[in-house]
Design a protein around this ligand. Sequence first.
Ligand code: ATP
Length: 413
Amino acid sequence: MPSVQILFVDDDRDIVAAARMVARRSGMELVGASDPAAAWSLLAERRYDVILLDLNFARGHTSGEEGFRMLADLMANDPQAVVIVATGHSGINVAVEAMRMGASDFVIKPWSNDALAERLKRGAALAHARRAAMGEGGDEPAILLGDDPAIERVRRTIVRVGATSAPVLALGPAGSGKSLVIDLLRRQCAGAGEPCVEIGMHDAIDMGKIEEALAGSQGGTLILDHVETTPHRLQPHLAARLSGRRILAMARGDRQSVRAALDADLLMQLNTIEIELPRLSTRVGDALLLARHFADLFARRHGLIARTLSDEAARAIVADDWPDDVRGLRQAIERAVLLAEGGEIEIADLGLDAAIQSEGRPRAAAADLNLDRAEKHLIEAALDRHRFNISRAADELGLTRAALYRRMAKHGL
Ligand SMILES: Nc1ncnc2c1ncn2[C@@H]1O[C@H](COP(=O)(O)OP(=O)(O)OP(=O)(O)O)[C@@H](O)[C@H]1O
């Protein structure tokens, strides 16, 4: 794989194709995104060395307004991002404003191929230098997606406190994005070469392991995962030893349960800033937005055609209570992307059925339908998909073979 990856946000396919040729000739790989939504989806999947951003990418818009908004969001998400803005001849003031906002460089359209190649190379070198200074190498992205106001607040808080040394406690249900938040915070702190140690407090932790982590993180960052599980007898020791490093902590649960689990002293050391991730099912519109993102992501990752969600599947996703939160949705969509056979991802592909039994209450797969009919539909779909191989269908449905036979008989299948 070529070492330099470029994302070009521009709605003109011809210009993207031309830029791709220029990049290829210099040994760089360039991917196009026709609008901000497509760009965020790509950015969530992998890290790009350089983002080339057309400030006038909405056809007919000349103020660069949409481009500026995207630039502001890009810089807020990752202050280390290398963004080169593209603008027309008349746009020199626009370019200057973009640089003030954090863009690294600009290129005037129409560009000469050499000028573009030169700027991309310079941008890539800058990206590598910044990453090396941060002690980072990988291309794993970290983007907290979501339009819900609560998530917007989380993003703003990350930007405000990321580069400070304030202790942050991220709390919320399992799979809601706490690790992602901590990762984003860690990426924002400037400490080049400083140690960063993570310790899971749930791993039958003893004081020896804690001492080791404390010693390793002196002058750097200590990340405490599952901090709410710290045994009570160890909490006073831990509280007394935390100074001298930045503390980023994660706790499963809501404010009340986390407060109940932690001594007041320890809590005081952890939660100068508290970031609470709300349940996915309470974030308006986010389940669908994330589902679409994961559908694109996994289609690309597995080299499959990108499928849209059927209306019924989309409704089910919105209505579901997602007990495993974003992680559960991510898994359901990956499975659906791999198993779907039709032109769209259908409700049956989402595998929401297993939870009907385990939760003892209907979930969205069935909620908009009669439960009996939904069950029949899901069983038919599973049997169909596995060509009536009962063991495999039962496996997928989370049933024993006997239970599946019973239900087949009930539905006359
Ligand atoms: N808002 C989001 N946008 C994009 N991806 C997300 C978002 N929230 C969570 N994810 C993804 O969902 C998965 C689960 O998130 P994460 O591991 O951060 O959860 P967690 O709260 O730390 O869970 P646990 O309590 O089990 O440790 C990860 O793959 C993460 O990247």
